[in-house]
Every structure is written in structure tokens, then in C-alpha cells.
Design a protein around this ligand. Structure first.
Ligand SMILES: C[S@@+](CC[C@H](N)C(=O)[O-])C[C@H]1O[C@@H](n2cnc3c(N)ncnc32)[C@H](O)[C@@H]1O
Length: 222
């Protein structure tokens, strides 16, 4: 049995440098921790922990908030939001089925399609959202440039939703795949929000290009 790095350090011994394969093993272990934790706690998926970690760091969710969640299926984030936002409004949108509590407004369509956008509008009187969350992801084709362009289209859709319905001071959290278009998006978004930070939650797979942009204090630039 090998001794842990922490134990060797405590004993004043220098731990051996880890090989690439043991790094891969450690990363897989960490991933398994969240997968197991999700199963043990009866969560729909490990995605729950990504939002929990972002919420714990940025204080995103509070009682009585009004929240729009884009890309909600199967419902891991939805379930977390429902527990945190008591006495508020949650509108969850996805063309796929979402497991949600009775009080959540489910919009079963793709955001960006006129019918879906109109349905969301019917539930909102104007700039009244505190938070727009997007975990939207396209079906990946394996063609990197095409996948990146499609994922940036979804980021733009979420940003448009924020521009349309966020109240001043509101926040936008959006999944982004690192690659072409991200720098320009960050530069643009910094004109609309006082703070924009790119974050990789621990529960996000290390080998994935996925990060989350957390944009806070919406400035309302019409
Ligand atoms: C990674 S999953 C979301 C997981 C979810 N956050 C959870 O915790 O269960 C990405 C979702 O984005 C959805 N999606 C992709 N394009 C969309 C669009 N235009 N409007 C709404 N949802 C979309 C997909 O259908 C898919 O269910």
C-alpha cells in the first residue's frame, strides 16, 4: 500500500512526483466522488454539485427570487434551485423532459424559437428576473469548430435573455466551452455587467473544456 502525499509531507519526507497516469487516475477518482455522491443523495446527476459550488462561492440563490433556467433537463439544477428559492418564481426551459416540483413553470421547447420565447414572456411582465442560469449545451458532433460555434450561439441566446428580462443588479450564469469566441463574448459582457468571472467548479470534469461565466450586477445598457 502506498503512503499518501499528505502523510509523507507531515513526516517531513518529499512525496514522489506523480506520473501522468496517476494524475489521470486521481482525476477519475474525483469525478467518481461526485457521481457517487449524486447517487447516494438520490440526485438526478452530478450537475447538481456544479451549481451548488457556484452558489456557495457567489451567493447566487436566495428566497423570493425570480429565476429563468435555460437547458434545465433532466432537472438536477432545477431541483437545487427549488430548494434554495422558496416563495419565488422558477421558469425552467428545455425541449427535453424536466423533473420539477409542481410550483416550477416548465417551458417545453428550445429557447430561441419564437413560440418558446413567447411562452416565457407570458410569465414575465418585463425586467423582473434576478437571475438567468444557462447550462444549455448542443448535441456534440465531434467536429470541434462546429461544436464551438453552436455552443457560442447558445451562450449568446442566454445573454440575450439576460438583456431582455434581468432587472438592474441581476446576474447571469452561463456554461461556456473554452475556445473561439469566448474572449470577444467576455469583452462585450463586461460592458453590461459590473463583474464577469470565469469559473471551473470542482464537480466539472477536469478533462472537459466546460467553464461557467458568472456575470453579476447587470447595468441595463439599452
Ligand atoms: C448539460 S444538459 C443540462 C443539465 C441540467 N443543468 C441538469 O442539471 O440536469 C444541457 C441541456 O441543454 C438543453 N438545450 C440545448 N439547447 C437548448 C435550447 N435552445 N433551449 C433550451 N435547452 C436547450 C439540452 O436539451 C440539454 O437538456
Amino acid at each position: 500500500m502506498s503512503l499518501s502525499h499528505a502523510y509523507l509531507s507531515k513526516m517531513g519526507k518529499k512525496p514522489k512526483k506523480r506520473s501522468k497516469s496517476s494524475d489521470r487516475w486521481l482525476r477519475r477518482q474525483r469525478r467518481d466522488v461526485f457521481t457517487k455522491q449524486a447517487a447516494n443523495q438520490g440526485r438526478l446527476s452530478r450537475a447538481h454539485f456544479k451549481l451548488q459550488q457556484l452558489d456557495e462561492r457567489f451567493g447566487l440563490l436566495k428566497p423570493r427570487m425570480k429565476v429563468l433556467e435555460l437547458g434545465a433537463a433532466p432537472g438536477g439544477w432545477t431541483n437545487y434551485i427549488e430548494q434554495r428559492v422558496t416563495d419565488g418564481l422558477l421558469i425552467a426551459c428545455d425541449p427535453r423532459p424536466i423533473a420539477a416540483a409542481a410550483q416550477t413553470v416548465i417551458i417545453g421547447g428550445a429557447y430561441g424559437e419564437t413560440e418558446t420565447d413567447n411562452e416565457i414572456s407570458e410569465h414575465l411582465a418585463g425586467r423582473e428576473l434576478d437571475l438567468v442560469l444557462s447550462d444549455m449545451a448542443p448535441n456534440m458532433t465531434g467536429i470541434r469548430a462546429a461544436d464551438q460555434a453552436r455552443s457560442m450561439d447558445l451562450v449568446e441566446l442566454a445573454t440575450d435573455a439576460a438583456g431582455r428580462w434581468l432587472k438592474p443588479g441581476g446576474s447571469l450564469v452561463v456554461k461556456i466551452f473554452q475556445g473561439a469566441g469566448v474572449d470577444a463574448w467576455v469583452a462585450d459582457t463586461r460592458k453590461q455587467f459590473a463583474q464577469v468571472r470565469m469559473v471551473k467548479p470542482k464537480a466539472s470534469r477536469a478533462e472537459s473544456r466546460e467553464v461557467y461565466a458568472v456575470a453579476q450586477e447587470f447595468l441595463v445598457v439599452d
